[in-house]
Write a protein that binds this ligand. Sequence first.
Ligand code: SF4
Length: 408
Amino acid sequence: MDTSFEEAGAAASGPEPTDPPAADATSGAVATDTVAADAVAASAAATEAPAPAAVPNPSAAPDATAAPSPSATEATPATATATGEAAEGTETGETADSAGSAATAAAGAPTEATPAPTAPPVPRPAAAPTSLSPSRAGDFMQCPLLYRFRVIDRLPEKPSEAATRGTLVHAVLERLFDAPAGERTAPRARALVPGQWDRLRESRPELAELFADDPDGQRLTRWLGEAERLVERWFTLEDPTRLEPAERELFVEAELESGPRLRGIIDRVDVAPTGEVRIVDYKTGKAPRPEYAEGALFQMKFYALVVWRLKGVVPRRLQLVYLGSGEVRTYDPVLADLERVERRLRALWDAICEATESGEWRPRPTKLCGWCDHQAHCPEFGGTPPPYPLPVRAREAGGVPQGRMGAD
Ligand code: SF4
């Protein structure tokens, strides 16, 4: 087992990764030096690379490897493509896990603090995209029109129980590390759930509608219980008493030459005494089948690319912690992985810029449309998009080629 990111003599209590440990991976105290606060994280689905090694947990649910579905991925289609998000990700359409990171970063102040009063959200004017996060990259790859609705039109989306639970669980896991190592226990983590839920509601008043039709509070009680179980399961996968994260909810941003600006929020960064970096992302959904795992891995490589661009260091390990099914998946990237992801992101950004200028945003219907909040505006479902709010470049003779925006 690679114990270089855990304290000396300690090993994560979770299952061992099936991929071989690094030759120089040794046990040792966790370094307290940090990855720079501007280290960037991002991820994307790289089809070139092998899937990360699945590490089944004995307690994993039987359907842990089910194909992506609302239950399998916990929230929206984009769940398969991204988690930690930055400012872009705090726009509409956040996924369970990405919303978790963003909201935790925004609202996860020390528990003693009193949240500032919040005003109802004011719609922001439409604007051309200037940056790319893992979630939004995933949106465009899934459906260019969905990307337009979320990034250009900024259409509102309803909060979901699954996405909000992901936000809550992320907040709890993040806050738990405030406690001294020896006190990071499962009971303590469970006890954080109600308070973090209160904080979340205070910071995001729109969440009140989630349980507006639950006068006796039974559904809320069940929902909070599910959040507690997810938090508790984490202790079967990692041992926080033996971890000292270098960073939690780390906002990272880096600009590629000729664009785009990549940004995101990494759930956790561990730095070994050797200086090796491990990027960790929590997923409150179940681990996908290997054939659907590329989305999450792309996200992690996105993060790794940003860290590499910022620090000149290729992260030693990318680690996905699936709380829904009790699995840890790891991938040890090499430079060629990151170069491929960078090329792919450049191509994706070119396609986004082309669509932004032309106003041609093609819908791409898939089974994931079932979780899209925008069917009423989607031509595939008899809807009409709102008027395009940005200037459109004049069409050349013959028109703009269709299919130009496809990321594949
Ligand atoms: S409903 Fe329309 S906009 Fe939404 S994902 Fe499907 S094709 Fe795209």
